[in-house]
Design a protein around this ligand. Structure first.
Ligand SMILES: NC(=O)C1=CN([C@@H]2O[C@H](COP(=O)(O)OP(=O)(O)OC[C@H]3O[C@@H](n4cnc5c(N)ncnc54)[C@H](O)[C@@H]3O)[C@@H](O)[C@H]2O)C=CC1
Ligand SMILES: NCC(=O)COP(=O)(O)O
Length: 344
């Protein structure tokens, strides 16, 4: 069958809202099969504590994932040390990363058509002595691709990033012609592949205030961004910029564009979250597999209360399903242009 997909859904940080959001989502009507990758006792505990009444079914490769409202397939992952909501424990970090590895391998070997991730806590994983910047970088390494692109999207706005989880002080040096070229090519290609845009119109932000004010407020625009964009235009891309980031996100520009490309995390994401926090999806472009995620973090303050909003997880599943169907129709795994796989 090519018109249905099975998605792996990682439940994320066990002390956060991820496990309960997965269970709450399982109560709803859905067309994609979902297999939650998590500790089964953890899900049973949240299910019981919140009185959700979801029927948890063990899933094994080859079996059909549950789709009926009120049921959820589970692929159990060992290694969880503690289950207390709201209380981080470094002893759970290896387990959290195992859930990501299981889902990623399952996508690479065709068990799943894509993966959706509930939030992890980057700090506690690092406190456990494991270097970890985020799912995005983890998946890039695990899939063996040279570059990936983080894009968050609502129905009205798409914002992609040139750099992701970097200290601000390291951002200027990271904006090189090579990185900008790879990011723009991946963004352009995946907007065509997954969003049906024949000629994506991309707005590119400058790095400095007023896009450098002609070199008086920084030279990255003159030395790196403008020449790189010009070369990419020669390849046929429709790129506007570098634009001052403070006016790029206004209707004047956005009304005639398909995506904005920001130079760094907190240049683009605050705007996106102001516009649509709770209904946005985080998509990793440039991977050979489909991966979507929520727009929020672990919300430890809400964990275990059942009050967290599942709008973003719902959206992540729906977008992941559409992307997986699109990839299936193309005949399987694909690589974004210019991205080399070394161990897939
Ligand atoms: N996809 C992922 O794995 C992500 C993980 N994180 C991680 O999450 C941790 C906590 O990050 P914060 O900056 O505190 O952001 P956060 O998103 O966890 O919380 C920020 C505020 O938004 C609220 N909130 C978050 N999700 C909500 C939901 N579904 N419904 C209602 N309210 C919600 C929280 O209660 C809190 O007041 C960090 O370690 C961060 O790295 C953050 C973003 C994405
Ligand atoms: N702000 C987005 C975020 O932190 C999520 O990152 P990732 O874990 O999806 O790489």
């Amino acid at each position: 069958m090519t018109d249905t997909v099975t998605l792996a859904l990682t439940a994320g940080e066990p002390a956060g809202i991820g496990p309960e959001l997965c269970l709450q989502l399982a109560a709803e009507e859905r067309s994609a099969g979902l297999v939650v990758i998590a500790s089964k006792p953890l899900l049973e505990e949240r299910n019981r504590d919140l009185g959700l009444g979801i029927v948890l079914e063990d899933w094994a490769p080859g079996s059909v994932a549950a789709r009926a409202p009120g049921t959820l397939s589970v692929l159990h992952v060992e290694g969880l040390a503690t289950t207390a909501a709201g209380q981080l424990n470094t002893a759970n970090s290896a387990y959290v990363l195992d859930t990501l590895s299981v889902a990623t391998r399952g996508c690479l070997n065709g068990l799943f058509d894509g993966m959706v991730t509930a939030p992890v806590h980057k700090g506690v994983i690092n406190n456990a002595g494991i270097e970890f910047s985020g799912h995005t970088e983890f998946l890039q390494a695990m899939c063996g691709v040279e570059r990936v692109v983080m894009m968050l999207a609502t129905d009205e706005l798409r914002v992609a990033l040139v750099t992701t989880h970097l200290p601000l002080s390291e951002v200027p040096a990271a904006i090189t012609p090579a990185r900008l070229t790879q990011v723009a090519r991946i963004l352009n290609q995946d907007l065509k592949t997954y969003f049906g845009l024949e000629q994506p119109r991309i707005l590119v932000a400058g790095l400095n205030p007023h896009a450098g004010e002609g070199g008086h407020l920084g030279r990255e625009e003159l030395d790196v961004i403008e020449p790189t964009l010009e070369a990419l235009r020669q390849e046929g891309m429709t790129l506007t910029g570098p634009l001052p980031a403070d006016t790029l996100f206004t209707p004047h520009w956005l009304d005639n564009a398909d995506a904005a490309l920001a130079m760094y995390h907190d240049q683009g994401l605050p705007v996106l979250k102001f516009q649509g926090f709770g209904r946005a999806v985080n998509i990793t472009l440039g991977l050979p597999i489909v991966r979507t995620s929520v727009d929020h973090g672990t919300a430890l303050d809400l964990a275990g209360t059942g009050r967290a909003d599942m709008g973003s997880l719902r959206q992540a599943v729906q977008v992941g399903e559409r992307m997986a169907l699109c990839q299936k129709r193309m005949g399987g795994q694909k690589l974004a242009s210019g991205n080399k796989a070394s161990n897939v």
